[in-house]
Design a binder for this molecule. Structure first.
Ligand code: SF4
Length: 459
C-alpha cells in the first residue's frame, strides 16, 4: 500500500541491538505510516509505534518503499532517533519577547520564536495555544498530551491580545476549560508586565485560573525579563514595590489553595522574590518543583540536590573551587554552597559574571555567554577548579555566543566542569580534581537527564 505522508519524518540514527536495527532501518529512511496512518511528526511515531504489533511503511534511502509487519519482541526498544522536528513558529509579537531582545549576528536558531504544543508536552516549553488548528486540538486530546505548559499572562481577552500583540488570540479561559473537560491538565505562567497585567488584572487572572479547578495544576508569576536590545520604549521591568505587590497576590492565592486544596498552587518565580528583596519560601513549599525550569523554586531545588548527595561527597580539604553564576544568584550562592563546604571541606568562591552579550539587566546564569565567563576567569590561577552552569550550554555543549565548552576549557588557566548542581561533578570527579593538571583540562559532560531550559521567548 502506498501512503502519502503529510510531512517527512526521517531517521537520524538507529541504535545497535534495537528493533530498528533488526529491521534494517538506516539513517535517511523516511517513515511514512503506521497501520496506514500517515506520520506527521515524532508524536505520531512514538504513540503509534507503542503497540506490540503494527505495520510500518517506510522509504529506504535507495527510494525503495518497504512495509514491515512488526511484532515487537518483549523489551526490545525501537531504537530509532528521528531528525529534529520542524518547530511550530509563534504567531504572536510580544513586546517582551526575549528572541526579539537578542543582539544581532547570533546563531539562526536563537531567533526562532517557537510556540509548539508538542515541545510543551515533551520538554515543558511554554506555549500560548494561539496557533492551534482543530486538528491539533483533537491530537492533544487523542494522545492525552498532558500536562501542557501554557503562557496565559492574562485571562481578560483584550489584555491578553495586547500582551501577545495578536488580535486573533482566542479567549484562553474557554479554551482551557474545553481541554479540561476532555482530561487535559496544565501548568500555567503569567509573565508580569507592570501596568498591564499586574494589580487587579493579576487578581482576575488568578481567580479565573483557580476557577478552572484541578485542571490547572500550578501557576507561576514571573517578572518580565528584558535585555539591552528589548523594546524598552514599550515595556519595562517591574519595580521592587510592584514585585512585592505581586507577591502579596500570589501569597493570597497560595494560602487559599493550601486551605482548600492542600497545595500552594500559585508560585512566585525566584526572580520575583529576588527583585522584591524578600526571602524565598522553603524547599517544601515547591512540592515536586514542577516549574523549576521556569525559575520557580530552582534555588531550593539546587539545595535539595546538594543535601541529597551530601553523603557521597568526597573530602576535598585544601581545594579551592570557583562557582560561576549570574548576578541574580550571586547573593544566594553563599547559602547554597554552605552545605558543600561543610561536606567537602573545600573552599568555595562564588564568581559572579556579568552578561556582556545581553547587558547587565540579564542576570540569569543560564544565559551567560562563554566570552563573559572567559573574561571573568582569566588570570584566576588561584583556583584549582571552576564549576560552570551547565544550563548555559545547549545539547551540543555550546554557549549562547557560539563558544563551545571545549574551546572555553582550553582557554582557561584552570580545569572547568559543567555542572547542574555541583554535587554531580564533585561526587563523580573528586579524585580527578585531586590529580588533574591545572592547564588544558577538558570539561566533563554531565550525565544527567535534565531538560535544557528554553532560551527563546518568554511565552
Ligand atoms: S514571548 Fe513567546 S509568545 Fe511572545 S512572541 Fe516571543 S515566543 Fe511568541
Amino acid at each position: 500500500m502506498k501512503v502519502k505522508a503529510r510531512a517527512v519524518i526521517r531517521v537520524q540514527s538507529v541504535a545497535p541491538n534495537s528493533l530498528g536495527a533488526e529491521l534494517g532501518l538506516l539513517a535517511g529512511t523516511e517513515l511514512l505510516a503506521v497501520d496506514g496512518r500517515a506520520l506527521e511528526d515524532f508524536l505520531d511515531w512514538e504513540f503509534l509505534t507503542a503497540e506490540d504489533q503494527f505495520v510500518l511503511s517506510a522509504r529506504l534511502p535507495t527510494g525503495q518503499e518497504v512495509e514491515y509487519d512488526i511484532a515487537r519482541p518483549e523489551g526490545l526498544p525501537m531504537g530509532v532517533t528521528l531528525e529534529p522536528p520542524r518547530i511550530r513558529r509563534c504567531a504572536n509579537h510580544c513586546d517582551f519577547c526575549f528572541v526579539d531582545g537578542n543582539p544581532a549576528a547570533m546563531r539562526a536558531p536563537l531567533y526562532i520564536r517557537d510556540d509548539d504544543y508538542r515541545l510543551s508536552f515533551r520538554y515543558g516549553n511554554f506555549a500560548t495555544l494561539t496557533n492551534l488548528k482543530p486538528w491539533d486540538v483533537e491530537r492533544i486530546v487523542e494522545y492525552r498530551l498532558s500536562p501542557l505548559y501554557v503562557s496565559v499572562h492574562a485571562t481578560e481577552p483584550t489584555i491578553r491580545r495586547w500582551l501577545l500583540r495578536n488580535p486573533e488570540a482566542p479567549d484562553i479561559v474557554p479554551q482551557l476549560r474545553a481541554f479540561a473537560e476532555r482530561g487535559i491538565r496544565f501548568h500555567a505562567q503569567v509573565v508580569l508586565v507592570p501596568g498591564v497585567n499586574d494589580g487587579p488584572e493579576l487578581v482576575r487572572t488568578l481567580t479565573d485560573l483557580y476557577g478552572l479547578g484541578p485542571a490547572i495544576l500550578s501557576v507561576s508569576v514571573v517578572p518580565v525579563a528584558l535585555t539591552e536590545f528589548s523594546k524598552r520604549e514599550l515595556v519595562r521591568e517591574p519595580a521592587r514595590a510592584e514585585c512585592r505587590a505581586a507577591l502579596v497576590t500570589v501569597d493570597g492565592f497560595a494560602t487559599r489553595s493550601l486551605t482548600e486544596r492542600g497545595v500552594p498552587w500559585c508560585f512566585g518565580a525566584d526572580d520575583l522574590y529576588l527583585q522584591a528583596g524578600q526571602p524565598l519560601p522553603p524547599a517544601e513549599w515547591y512540592g515536586d518543583f514542577e516549574q523549576r525550569e521556569n525559575g520557580v523554586g530552582s534555588v531550593r531545588y539546587l539545595q535539595t540536590r546538594i543535601a541529597a548527595a551530601r553523603h557521597r561527597l568526597p573530602d576535598l580539604a585544601g581545594r579551592r573551587i570557583g562557582v560561576v553564576t549570574g548576578r541574580a544568584m550571586g547573593p544566594l550562592m553563599p547559602a547554597v554552597l554552605e552545605e558543600l563546604t561543610v561536606a567537602t571541606k573545600a573552599r568555595f568562591e562564588t564568581v559572579v559574571v556579568d552578561n556582556t552579550l545581553y547587558g547587565p539587566s540579564v542576570t540569569t546564569a543560564g544565559l551567560l555567554p562563554g566570552a563573559s565567563i572567559e573574561r571573568a576567569l582569566l588570570g584566576r590561577t588561584d583556583l584549582d577548579l571552576v564549576l560552570l552552569p551547565a544550563e548555559a550550554t545547549n545539547d551540543d555543549l555550546v554557549f549562547i555566543d557560539d563558544v563551545s565548552a571545549d574551546e572555553l576549557g582550553a582557554r582557561l588557566p584552570i580545569p572547568m566542569h559543567l555542572s547542574y548542581d555541583f554535587a554531580d561533578v564533585l561526587t563523580e570527579c573528586g579524585t580527578e580534581v585531586e590529580g588533574r593538571s591545572r592547564h588544558g583540562a577538558r570539561p566533563v559532560v554531565p550525565r544527567f537527564d535534565f531538560r535544557v531550559p528554553r532560551l527563546e521567548g518568554q511565552g
